[in-house]
Design a protein around this ligand. Structure first.
Ligand code: S3P
Length: 442
């Protein structure tokens, strides 16, 4: 896939106007398919993100014996195999660009007495899997072959999974989720103790499907999650809300283009995902939450955003888990603010779809913005406007690609990207949706 790079250019555009709905949440979409596949009976899903990452998770689940069927636009039907019920796949499972798909499925497979090979594209082949394999081995899985803790790797699931008490060394919802998914197959209680709370979609959805999950506060910012093993998961319909990490792109595009007035429909506002929105408000953006409601167990609202002047702010490290995927687009907003924005504690950005810390700094630099990386902190010297004119290297990273195009919409000169094809991993209609708001991207 993506044999042919597809360059794109964004040009300075007038105020953005309109009402749009961004696609379904990527984290929830992966989990809906995986938990549906671990349930006995029929699970129906609406609003599923039909991006390549999620489609690859669906294909992997089919190869493991689940019945996964698309019944319409965003609507899917699954017949699951039950906890620990996966069949051994005939061929390697290909997760493409997706760390979430790969890591969550490592956990789901680790509780089954089967052997499976996990692989992905050149970006995924560089990403650390040891962090996940280490607890999964404590549960009883074995890594048979791994390329220095990376994919391609072969995992033999546990015959008799052991419940563990696990304290992740990094704040990672993928790591937490892998352990909980493996723990489903173990007798007794699997416990994950997080020093910093990360997105809790796995816990919420497990509860939705009838598992016994207890969540208690732990320390100042953490949580202790206790899962009772070997539940019988009962099928329940799932409605996937709009992805705040995708909404981030039209949100910032409107924020940095004076005179813009955009309404984003039905955006999920789980407080473990809203760091960017709070930060933009601190920077001076007018964001209104309208028609707030709860759907499918998640808080959602329509967001009205209006463009205007922004000021630089300091973003503390403790905020990182709630906006971990939003730093590239926040750095774009920071370029158009007056004054310096400091973003602290960005170590995890180095192991995303690309080294996003370096990639973000390079994206701004080629477009005339002054940036510094000091340790794990990023400093962006905003001047209220950006020159643009750069060609941005996207390194197989969808979020760098979309961030650079948003930058081009408000820069003095056009911004080009070397390859827009990876945008399809998370936001297939990005170019059309932005065009509908009046952005010049082609
Ligand atoms: C995700 C967790 C985050 C995030 C990723 C999606 C998830 O990764 O960056 O895009 O769905 O659990 P980490 O858990 O590695 O921080």
């Amino acid at each position: 896939m993506h044999a042919n790079p597809s360059p794109l250019t964004a040009r300075r555009s007038g105020p953005l106007k309109g009402r749009v709905r961004v696609p379904g949440d990527k984290s929830i979409s992966h989990r809906a398919l995986i938990l549906g596949a671990l349930t006995v009976g029929e699970t129906s899903i609406s609003g599923l993100l039909e991006g390549e990452d999620v489609l690859n998770t669906g294909k992997a689940l089919r190869a493991l014996g689940a019945d996964v069927e698309r019944t319409g636009a965003g609507t899917w039907r699954l017949h699951g195999v039950g906890v620990a019920g996966f069949a051994e796949p005939a061929a390697p499972l290909d997760f493409g660009n997706s760390g979430t798909g790969c890591r969550l499925m490592l956990g789901a497979v680790a509780g089954c007495a089967i052997t499976a090979c996990f692989d992905g594209d050149a970006s995924l082949r560089k990403r650390p899997m040891r962090r996940v394999l280490e607890p999964l081995e404590r549960i009883g899985a074995h890594t048979l072959a791994a390329n220095d803790g990376r994919v391609p790797l072969t995992l033999a699931g546990a015959r008799d999974p052991i419940p563990i008490v696990y304290e992740p060394p990094v704040a990672s919802a993928q790591l937490k989720s892998a352990v909980l998914l493996a723990g489903l197959a173990a007798p007794g209680e699997t416990v994950v103790i997080e020093a910093e709370a990360t997105r809790d979609h796995t816990e919420k959805m497990l509860t939705h499907f009838g598992a016994d999950v207890r969540v208690e506060p732990h320390g100042a910012h953490g949580r202790r999650i206790t899962l009772a093993g070997q539940p019988e998961l009962a099928p329940r319909p799932i409605i996937v809300p709009a992805d705040p990490s995708s909404a981030a792109f039209p949100l910032v595009a409107a924020a940095i283009t004076p005179g813009s007035d955009v309404l984003l429909e039905g955006v999920m506002l789980n407080s473990l995902r809203t760091g960017l929105i709070g930060t933009l408000v601190e920077m001076g953006t007018a964001i209104e939450r309208l028609n707030a409601r709860v759907e499918g167990g998640e808080e959602i609202a329509d967001l009205r955003v209006r463009g205007g002047a922004l000021r630089g702010v300091e973003v503390p490290a403790a905020r990182a888990p709630s906006m971990i995927d939003e730093y590239p687009i926040l750095a774009v907003a920071a370029s158009f603010a007056e004054g310096t924005t400091v973003m602290r504690g960005l170590k995890e950005l180095r192991v995303k779809e690309s080294d996003r810390l370096a990639g973000t700094a390079d994206m701004l630099r080629v477009n005339g913005v002054t940036v510094e990386i000091e340790g794990d902190d990023l400093f962006v010297a905003g001047r209220g406007r950006a020159r643009g004119g750069g060609l941005v290297a996207t390194h197989m990273d969808h979020r760098l690609a979309m961030s650079a195009l948003v930058m081009g919409i408000a820069s003095e000169q056009p911004v080009k990207i070397d390859d827009g094809s990876f945008i399809a991993t998370s936001f297939p209609d990005f170019v059309a949706l932005m065009g509908g708001l009046g952005a010049d991207v082609a």
